[in-house]
Design a protein around this ligand. Structure first.
Ligand SMILES: Cc1cc2nc3c(=O)[nH]c(=O)nc-3n(C[C@H](O)[C@H](O)[C@H](O)COP(=O)(O)OP(=O)(O)OC[C@H]3O[C@@H](n4cnc5c(N)ncnc54)[C@H](O)[C@@H]3O)c2cc1C
Length: 390
C-alpha cells in the first residue's frame, strides 16, 4: 500500500522530531500533527529550572522562546494544536471535537501525565510552571511531595527565591529506588545545605498542614488510556513496542515517554526512558521504520539524562543493577564527584557525574563500547576515566 498519510499524535518533543524527520527523510505525503496543548511543541526541562527562576515575560514571548524552531507552514504540516485524541480504531483516530483523522501510519507520542494524589498541584506544562513560579515568588512557605528529580529542582528554585520549603519523601532518602544509600544520603545533604527541610520516611496522604501550597512530584504515568484495549501495555501503562518502535498493532508506532521499547542492549527487556535524550533519539530510529518498512532501524541508545539541582549539574549515563559494583571517584561530601558501576566482568555499565562533565562524556563512550575497566584506577579521580581501560 502506498504511504500517503502519517498521523502524529502528541505535540511534545518526540512528536516534533518525528514530524521534522519525516520531511528531512523526504516523505512528501500528508502529515497531520495533533497536540492537546495550545502551544506549538516546546522544551520541557526549563520548566523546572529557568522558567521558575525567571522574571516572567508575556506568555507568547516566553513560550515562544521555549519552542523548538520549526516552520510547520513551510513543511506543509497540518497542525491541530489544542485538540486531544480521544479514541482509536483501526486506521482512524477521533478527536475531542468529533473530527475523525484517517492514517496509513500512526505515531503515538502522547508522553506522560503527572501522577496526582487528589490534592496539590503538579508540574508538566508551561501553564503549570507559570502558576508555580507565582507561588514560589509569593513569599509563603510551600510543601513538595516527593524528593525525586523534579522535587529537587523545584526545591532549588524555591530556596533561590528565599521561600521556605518542606519536602516530604516517603522513602528513607531521595531517589532510593535509583541509587544506593551513600549516594542518596549525599544528595540529602544538598537539601540541608540549601536550607530546604527534607523529611524522609514521611509519606503524606493529604495536604501537609501549615502550607498554602503543595506541589505533588511523585512521578508521571504514560498517557495511553485514550487508545483503548487493543494495544499491549507494560504494567505502568506504557505501550510495549519492538526495537523498531512498532506496537503490537501493525502500522502503529510509539516513541518518547509513552513507549517501553525492547532493548537488545539490556537483554531483550522492555525499558521505558522518561528523559529528553530518548525523545530526541527515538524519532531518528522510528522514521526509517515508518517510511522504509519495519526493520529499517533499531532504537537502542545508552540512556542519558541530566538534572540541575542546588547549584550542581547532575548527569547519568547507562543503566546499572544491584549486581553491579559501585566505584566512587572523589569524595561524596565534596562539590564534585562521580560514581561508576562495573558489572561482574568489570564492564562499565553506568556513570553518575556531579559537576564532572568529562567523566560523563568519557563514560558515555566507554559504556557504549562496554569497555572493561580497572576498578582501582577508576577510583583515582585525578586520572581520566579512559586511563582505567584494561
Ligand atoms: C518539568 C520537567 C522537567 C524535566 N527536566 C528534564 C531534565 O532536566 N532532563 C531530562 O533528561 N529530562 C527532563 N524532563 C523529561 C523530558 O522533558 C521528557 O522526557 C520529554 O518531554 C518527553 O517528550 P515526549 O514528547 O515523549 O512527551 P511530552 O513532552 O509529555 O509531550 C507529549 C505531548 O502530547 C500531548 N498529549 C497527551 N495526550 C494527548 C492526546 N490524547 N491527544 C493529543 N495530544 C496529547 C501532551 O499534552 C504533550 O504536549 C523533564 C520533564 C518535565 C515535565
Amino acid at each position: 500500500m502506498k504511504l500517503e498519510r502519517v498521523l502524529v499524535v502528541g505535540g511534545g518533543m518526540a512528536g516534533l522530531h518525528t514530524v521534522r524527520s519525516l520531511r528531512e527523510k523526504g516523505f512528501q505525503g500528508a502529515i497531520t500533527f495533533l497536540g492537546a496543548e495550545q502551544h506549538a511543541p516546546y522544551d520541557r526541562p526549563p520548566l523546572s529550572k529557568a522558567v521558575l527562576t525567571g522574571s516572567g515575560r508575556a506568555t507568547e514571548q516566553e513560550v515562544g522562546e521555549l519552542a523548538f524552531a520549526f516552520d510547520f507552514a513551510e513543511a506543509e504540516v497540518d497542525c491541530r494544536f489544542g485538540e486531544r485524541a480521544v479514541a482509536w480504531a483501526p486506521g482512524v483516530v477521533s478527536t475531542e471535537t468529533g473530527v475523525e483523522l484517517r492514517y496509513d501510519r500512526l505515531v503515538v507520542a502522547t508522553g506522560s501525565e503527572p501522577i496526582r494524589l487528589g490534592f496539590g498541584e503538579t508540574l508538566r506544562t508551561y501553564e503549570d510552571a507559570v502558576r508555580l513560579r507565582a507561588r514560589i515568588n509569593g513569599g509563603k512557605p510551600m510543601a513538595i511531595v516527593g524528593a525525586g528529580w523534579i522535587g529537587a529542582e523545584v526545591a532549588t528554585a524555591a530556596r533561590d527565591a528565599g521561600t521556605e520549603v518542606v519536602i516530604h519523601e516517603a522513602r528513607e532518602r531521595p531517589l532510593a529506588a535509583v541509587f544506593p544509600p551513600q549516594v542518596g544520603e549525599a544528595m540529602a545533604g544538598w537539601y540541608a545545605q540549601a536550607g530546604a527541610d527534607l523529611r524522609c520516611s514521611d509519606p503524606v496522604d493529604g495536604p501537609p498542614p501549615g502550607t498554602d501550597h503543595t506541589l505533588v512530584a511523585v512521578g508521571a504515568r504514560p498517557d495511553t488510556r485514550w487508545l483503548g484495549e487493543a494495544f499491549h501495555r507494560a504494567k505502568d501503562g506504557s505501550l510495549l513496542v519492538s526495537e523498531h518502535l512498532e506496537t503490537n498493532v501493525p502500522g502503529v508506532f510509539a516513541v518518547g515517554d509513552v513507549a517501553a521499547y525492547r532493548s537488545v542492549r539490556y537483554g531483550g527487556r522492555h525499558i521505558r526512558v522518561e528523559h529528553w535524550d530518548n525523545a530526541l533519539r527515538g524519532p531518528q530510529a522510528l522514521v526509517p521504520n515508518v517510511l522504509d518498512g519495519v526493520g529499517a532501524a533499531v532504537h537502542d541508545p545508552v540512556p542519558y539524562f541530566w538534572s540541575e539541582q542546588f547549584g550542581r549539574m547532575v548527569q547519568y549515563v547507562g543503566h546499572h543493577t544491584s549486581a553491579d559494583r559501585m566505584v566512587l571517584r572523589g569524595d561524596l561530601a565534596a562539590a564534585t564527584w562521580s560514581v561508576c558501576w562495573l558489572d561482574p566482568h568489570g564492564r562499565l555499565t553506568a556513570v553518575l557525574a556531579v559537576g564532572r562533565p568529562r567523566d560523563l562524556a568519557q563514560g558515555r563512550r566507554l559504556v557504549t563500547a562496554a569497555a572493561v575497566l580497572d576498578a582501582a584506577r577508576v577510583a583515582d579521580a585525578g586520572e581520566a576515566l579512559t586511563s582505567a581501560v584494561l
